[in-house]
Design a protein around this ligand. Structure first.
Ligand code: NDP
Length: 332
């Protein structure tokens, strides 16, 4: 299948080109950008045959079967709607849109048109997260009491642009990282957060948008979830812990783009290391998407998953802005 990439972005260059090219028979034949200079440079650097600033030009190429969207967040909705209208399968970056209405409209349009729609939540594609989910699902820690997610990182210099200074482009740590933590929570616990309380701040990087956030979520089962996201923490490390009535899981260094980290399961019997597979997260995500597009299975994270992770993030921001507990509305 031929792909059009929309967005001359870092994530596309560092992970997604490779992820598509690793699928047998798949290639990236278009790059679409808003900048005439950047699009030409990007195409040359990454060996892509066609470059354009006109999305419709790529979409009218009948040989293009799928579109991957990794522009800044405020562009996702219009670009996805155009790709869906052209009958292309769409793999879209998180957050799907700036508002829940945008995200819902995209996902409904894909459903109505019959194209496959995926949300690029990479963490549920990692061997570590899949191993943690398996431990929980198989009952190794009994009833889940709580989940703590540590996702406070230091934003690399090359990404300190729109993320830290442009609310209009969808900047801020909440649309950037809370969406991932919402997806991880839903993936691991197999239920949707019901309500949130939260606080956010700017701790040295954010200019008009928050760069740090802490929140507590209630789950329908009664489990509690605590998450911490930041752009400003160079040495905090990342990880998650799941605590249950029969055991605890400590997954260290796993909130990352790479297949790294370590997992320990602690029960009455003691502590044991938990092995996990080391597949590339993005290759796995594209592989699941490609299979779904050919009628086998579903994307690792589909459209409704992307809507829900955005709903949680928007509720966290509302809770932090108002100081009130917010009951999450998933839009029916
Ligand atoms: P970048 O900042 O690298 O790129 C975003 C856009 O900025 C590009 O599409 C490009 O616009 C423009 N741009 C790129 N380089 C320059 C430059 N030198 N000067 C001016 N403009 C430039 O974004 P990311 O790759 O970090 O993120 C893109 C999307 O992917 C976001 O939605 C983000 O949330 C998501 N993302 C997802 C990840 C995941 O693991 N799922 C990880 C990282 C990001 P144009 O295309 O018009 O040229």
């Amino acid at each position: 299948m031929h792909w059009a990439f929309v967005g001359a972005s870092t994530i596309a260059a560092q992970h997604m080109l490779n992820a598509v090219r690793r699928q047998p028979g798949h290639s990236v034949t278009w790059i679409v950008s808003n900048s005439p200079d950047r699009v030409q440079t990007w195409a040359a650097e990454h060996d892509i045959p066609n470059a354009t600033t006109d999305l419709q030009q790529a979409l009218t190429d009948a040989s293009v079967g799928a579109v991957y969207i990794s522009s800044t967040n405020e562009k996702h909705h219009a670009q996805a709607m155009a790709a869906i209208a052209a009958g292309k399968h769409v793999l879209c970056e998180k957050p799907l849109g700036m508002t829940q209405d945008e995200a819902v409209e995209m996902v409904r349009a894909a459903q109505d048109t019959g194209v496959t729609f995926g949300t690029n939540h990479h963490l549920r594609c990692s061997g570590s997260h899949r191993a943690v989910r398996e431990l929980i699902a198989s009952g190794r820690i009994g009833k889940v009491l709580s989940l703590r997610i540590h996702h406070a990182v230091h934003l690399p210099d090359n990404l300190q642009g729109w993320r830290i200074n442009s609310a209009d482009a969808g900047g801020g740590v909440i649309p950037d990282i809370v969406v991932h933590d919402a997806d991880v929570t839903r993936f691991l616990l197999q239920e949707d957060p019901a309500s949130v309380v939260a606080q956010m701040t700017s701790s040295g990087m954010g200019q008009g948008v928050e760069d740090s956030c802490m929140s507590v979520w209630t789950m329908p089962s009664g489990a509690m979830v605590m998450t911490h996201e930041s752009f400003t923490h160079p040495f905090a490390g990342s990880g998650l812990e799941v605590h249950g009535t029969e055991g605890s899981i400590f997954a260290k260094g796993v909130m990352t783009q790479r297949p790294v980290g370590e997992i320990a399961l602690v029960t009455e019997a003691g502590s044991e290391d938990v092995p996990f597979s080391d597949q590339d997260l993005y290759v796995q995500g594209v592989s699941d998407f490609v299979a779904a597009a050919s009628g086998q299975g579903r994307p690792a994270a589909d459209g409704p998953d992307g809507v829900k992770s955005l709903s949680v993030a928007l509720s966290v921001r509302e809770a932090a802005a108002t100081g009130q507990r917010v009951n999450i509305n998933y839009g029916g």
